[in-house]
Design a protein around this ligand. Structure first.
Ligand code: ZN
Length: 288
């Protein structure tokens, strides 16, 4: 099987992007995996620190590994927005394929220092084990939390400067970069954020590393396709999945107040997540 790095390269060559979807539970994992298999596309499962704590660090690693080995399928696991070297290290140690060290809200130099530490550790593990662990970092604050927001949070959404991106990549040696190009984490109720595709293109060309788009939930279709054409190789979706899960469970409970069997209550949530993921994957991969 190809490595995640190879799948990212292939996606870029084909002008498409790999979908990255977060899970908090088995409904999420099954819904996402069903959609990926249906379309026969590689897939990245993400867990934030909170999601990872809820599912369990070893548990989530075992779940994804089990599917990959059983079906010989390109399903990968990413530590989404981890806040310290220690939490990144614990994910690398249990077998995650990729990690995101998120220091974007700290100073630029502090961000470089901690990111470099994570890259050095990933390279050490690669040298010792042959596992290719990818490290992603962020510059430019795009807000935090996959939740419903009334407005864009204060201080978020300042676009990344091209020269900062170049210096950051050179000094840290990261594999993937998440710049601030217009999207915001969460679902914004007042208006939709807009992606600066020209900036995406410039950052991709000058840094030489594939780019990752965060805060994808709620963006217009053309914002995704323009960003992918301009150099985004991975797109993150989380809030839309959470909303689909909640709406499906709520609807079922209201319609079936006496049902207590979780396999019945949660079945609709798996299907709702599968639908969202399928439509997003089709969009990211130009499948009609
Ligand atoms: Zn993110």
């Amino acid at each position: 099987m190809k490595t995640l790095r190879e799948y990212i390269k292939e996606a870029e060559e084909n002008g498409v992007a790999i979908g990255h979807f977060n899970i908090s539970n088995l409904e999420g994992l099954h819904g996402i995996y069903n959609a990926a298999k249906k379309l026969n596309l590689p897939i990245i499962i993400g867990v934030s620190e909170g999601e990872e704590k809820f599912v369990g660090l070893n548990e989530v690693a075992a779940l994804v590994r089990t599917l990959r080995e059983r079906d010989n399928y390109p399903i990968f696991l990413n530590a989404d927005h981890h806040a310290s070297f220690e939490s990144v290290k614990s994910c690398i140690d249990v077998g995650f394929d990729a990690v995101i060290i998120d220091q974007a809200k700290f100073s630029f130099d502090e961000n470089i220092k901690v990111t470099k530490e994570c890259v050095d550790y990933a390279r050490k593990v690669t040298k010792e084990t042959g596992r290719d662990v990818l490290v992603e970092a962020e510059i430019g604050y795009i807000g935090s939390g996959s939740d419903m927001k009334d407005t864009i949070p204060e201080g978020a959404g300042i676009l990344t400067k091209v020269e900062d991106a170049v210096r950051f990549v050179q000094e840290t040696g990261i594999d993937l970069l998440a710049p601030s190009v217009g999207s915001i984490h969460g679902l914004i109720k007042s208006g939709k954020p807009h992606i600066d595709a020209e900036l995406v293109k410039k950052i991709r060309e000058t840094t030489g590393v594939p780019l990752v788009l965060h805060g994808g939930s709620g963006l217009r279709d053309e914002d995704f396709t323009n960003a992918i054409k301009a150099g985004v190789s991975i797109v993150h979706i989380n809030s839309e999945i959470r909303l689909a899960w909640k709406e499906a469970v709520k609807k079922f409970i209201i319609e079936n107040p006496n049902e207590i069997n979780p396999t019945k209550i949660l079945k609709g949530a798996v299907e709702a997540i599968e639908q969202i993921v399928e439509s997003r994957l089709k969009l990211f991969n130009a499948i009609k």
